[in-house]
Design a protein around this ligand. Structure first.
Ligand SMILES: Nc1ncnc2c1ncn2[C@@H]1O[C@H](COP(=O)(O)OP(=O)(O)O)[C@@H](O)[C@H]1O
Ligand SMILES: [Mg+2]
Length: 374
């Protein structure tokens, strides 16, 4: 999959930009110039969300009423015809997305067209952070590989919202609760099966990828489904009803699923150095891209923010080498192009595009045309 042309308007400090992308794209420039904003624009296009703020409002340029991002994307695999994808977000809160001129109904449609993997400083918290980020990580893979997943996920979350609302009432009608519990139990089981099936495919790929990046023996990933493994969810829900009512929410279920990262029986966050953790996370991200490619025959686009700030030179080179071998498209930001100089030694020049970013203006830099500093 390849984003060929990318147009950004009124997003953060970028007033207007039009980029012709290649397979490997390096965005270089001083702090605050707008590099992360370019990655953010692509992310908004592929998910309808930002990775920097919970809401999209702060993404719109201060004086503007709306921001838009547009791209023409070659899907890859058997389909060589470019697809036009565009999104725009108005100040009044409305969001609209179009694929080939047709309005999209939800952000899942965008995600299916534009599968993205983001690596930034928060991704490196995957191990130290709470279960939610790991669950989202897992669900990215399941979503892209198992086509039923989205429907079950939506239904399970609807059941959970309804059940939690019931729990907070003074009186609960038993039949009403039972109806939601039954539906939740069935959906949860299906969700769990899809997650588990994906995870079993993911785990060996991850182990292999990890060995290519880091020497740690005995690092184990485990999937936990969010409720007692020996019982149906329905039984657990009944048993925990009093506690659920006291707290006003459902304690057990697929919304509590997690990936455990352990080393010799201990939580990896307590054992691995920060640097090692980053490599484990990088391996998880790469492995996910590899599984996606193996299952779908398409590559995802990697957005990598300020890699030199995260990894040392040797590991940058290794990571970039592995990314290059996947033949995925990459958008990478760094302050100084020099810091990524020896990362792409084996790559043909015409596959790499360097951009200089300053005050929200993005200029392509041609080889021999002033080098890395424009
Ligand atoms: N809504 C906005 N409108 C205009 N400028 C913004 C907005 N939000 C952030 N900025 C500015 O845009 C710039 C964005 O920089 P960023 O993309 O984070 O830069 P870099 O990644 O190159 O350090 C910052 O200077 C920030 O102050
Ligand atoms: Mg930045």
């Amino acid at each position: 999959m390849l984003i060929q042309r990318l147009r950004i308007a009124q997003l953060r400090n970028i007033e207007q930009a039009e980029l012709n992308l290649r397979r490997i794209n390096l965005l270089c420039g001083p702090n605050g110039s707008g590099k992360t904003s370019v990655l953010e624009a692509v992310y908004v296009l592929g998910s309808g969300r930002s990775f920097r703020s919970a809401r999209l409002d702060p993404v719109i340029r201060y004086d503007a009423d709306s921001c838009t991002v547009f791209a023409s994307v070659t899907p890859g695999g058997p389909d060589p015809v470019p697809v036009a994808i565009g999104v725009s977000r108005e100040r009044d809160g409305s969001f609209s997305g179009r694929i080939q001129g047709q309005a999209v109904r939800n952000s899942a449609e965008l995600a299916l067209r534009l599968p993205l993997q983001l690596i930034n400083s928060s991704t490196f918290d995957l191990i130290e952070g709470g279960p939610k980020v790991r669950r989202q990580f897992l669900d990215w893979g399941v979503f892209h590989v198992e086509h039923e997943f989205h429907r079950f996920w939506m239904d399970v979350h609807r059941c959970l919202r309804q059940r939690n609302a019931l729990l907070r009432r003074d009186r609960i009608r038993a039949v009403e609760l039972a109806a939601w519990d039954n539906r939740l139990t069935a959906g949860a089981q299906r969700l769990h099966e899809l997650r588990e099936r994906y995870f079993e495919r993911f785990r060996p790929v991850f182990q292999q990828t990890l060995r290519e990046l880091l020497q740690v023996d005995d690092l184990e990933l485990g999937y936990s489904r969010g409720w007692d493994t020996s019982r149906e969810l329905g039984e657990v829900l009944q048993e925990q009803l009093e506690r659920d009512r006291e707290r006003g929410f459902t304690h057990s279920g697929p919304h509590r699923a997690d990936i455990r990262v352990r080393l010799r029986g201990k939580n990896a966050a307590e054992v691995l150095s920060r640097g090692q953790q980053k490599l484990v996370v990088a391996a998880m991200k790469l492995a996910q891209g590899r599984v996606f490619m193996a299952e779908s025959g398409r590559g995802c686009v990697f957005l990598i923010d300020d890699l030199p700030a995260e990894l040392d030179r040797k590991h940058r080179q290794q990571l970039c080498g592995l990314l290059d071998a996947m033949q995925c498209q990459i958008l990478l930001s760094c302050v100084d192009a020099e810091e990524l100089r020896d990362c792409w030694d084996g790559v043909a020049r015409q596959q790499i595009q360097l951009f200089h970013v300053e005050h929200g203006v993005i200029r392509p830099i041609e080889e021999g045309n002033g080098g890395t500093h424009g």
